[in-house]
Design a protein around this ligand. Structure first.
Ligand code: G3P
Length: 223
C-alpha cells in the first residue's frame, strides 16, 4: 500500500520524505489555507520535494474553469495529479484531462456508485473520505470494502486506484491495508502515531542504561 501525506506543511513533508516513507502528497484548499502564505509557493515547493504524485485541487466548479485550472496546476510539475470534485462537471473534466494524459484524482467520494462513476470517467485515483462518514455515524471502512470488491470484479477494465482519505487514526491504516486499498493519505499526526510504541521507548531506554553500566568498567569503549 502506498502512503501519501495529506498536508501542505513543508516541514512535515520534508521530515517524513527524508525517512523514505512518502509515495506522494495530497493537498486541498483547506490544507493550503491552514498553512497561510502564498499557496503558489507551497505548491511549487511540494512538487519539487516529492518525486511521486502530488494532488493539487481545482477551485472552479464549472467544466471550463476546472480545465483551465487543471492545466495551470499541471505546470507545477509532471508529478501533478489534478484533483476535481465528484460532480457532473468534475467528471466531465476528469474525462477530458485524463484523455489529454493529465492524471485526475476524484475527491469527496462518499458512495460506491460515485467511485464506480469516477473510475468510468478515467480517474487515476478515487478518494473516499472515510473519517467524515464515521463522523456522521456511517462505517467509512465499509465503503472501502465495497469499492475494493467492485473494482476487483472489473480489474481488466478499471485501473483506478483507491486512495483512502479523511483518515483519523492508525487503525484506519491497518484496516485499509487488510482490505487491500492502493493508497492511504495520512495527516502527519497519524503517521507520527504509527511510528511510535511505548515498548520501543522503554526498550531503548533499558539498552542505553545497560550500556552506561558496561562503560563504568570500560571507560574508553566505543561501538
Ligand atoms: O484530502 C482531504 C481529506 O483527507 C479530508 O480529510 O480530515 O478534512 O476529513 P478531513
Amino acid at each position: 500500500m502506498k502512503i501519501f501525506l495529506d498536508t501542505a506543511n513543508l516541514e512535515s513533508i520534508r521530515k517524513f520524505n527524508d525517512m523514505g516513507l512518502l509515495d506522494g502528497i495530497t493537498t486541498n484548499p483547506s490544507l493550503l489555507s491552514k498553512e497561510g502564505g502564498n499557496p503558489k509557493d507551497a505548491m511549487a515547493e511540494i512538487t519539487k520535494i516529492i518525486k511521486g504524485d502530488v494532488s493539487l485541487e481545482v477551485v472552479s466548479t464549472d467544466y471550463s474553469g476546472m480545465m483551465e485550472e487543471g492545466k495551470r496546476l499541471r505546470e507545477y510539475g509532471k508529478n501533478v495529479v489534478v484533483k476535481v470534485p465528484m460532480t457532473p462537471d468534475g467528471l466531465k473534466a476528469c474525462k477530458s484531462l485524463s484523455s489529454q494524459g493529465i492524471p485526475v484524482n476524484v475527491t469527496l467520494v462518499f458512495s460506491p456508485n460515485q467511485a464506480l462513476l469516477a473510475a468510468k470517467s478515467g480517474a487515476k485515483y478515487v478518494s473516499p473520505f472515510i473519517g467524515r462518514l464515521d463522523d456522521i455515524g456511517q462505517d467509512g471502512m465499509h465503503l472501502i470494502k465495497e469499492i475494493k470488491e467492485i473494482f476487483s470484479n472489473y480489474k481488466d477494465s478499471f485501473t483506478t486506484q483507491i486512495l483512502v482519505a479523511s483518515v483519523r487514526h492508525p487503525m484506519h491504516v491497518v484496516d485499509a491495508a487488510k482490505i487491500g486499498a492502493d493508497v492511504v493519505t495520512l495527516p502527519p499526526a497519524v503517521l507520527e502515531k504509527m511510528l511510535s510504541h511505548p515498548l520501543t521507548d522503554i526498550g531503548l531506554e533499558n539498552f542505553l542504561s545497560d550500556w552506561e553500566k558496561l562503560k563504568k568498567g570500560n571507560p574508553d569503549v566505543k561501538i
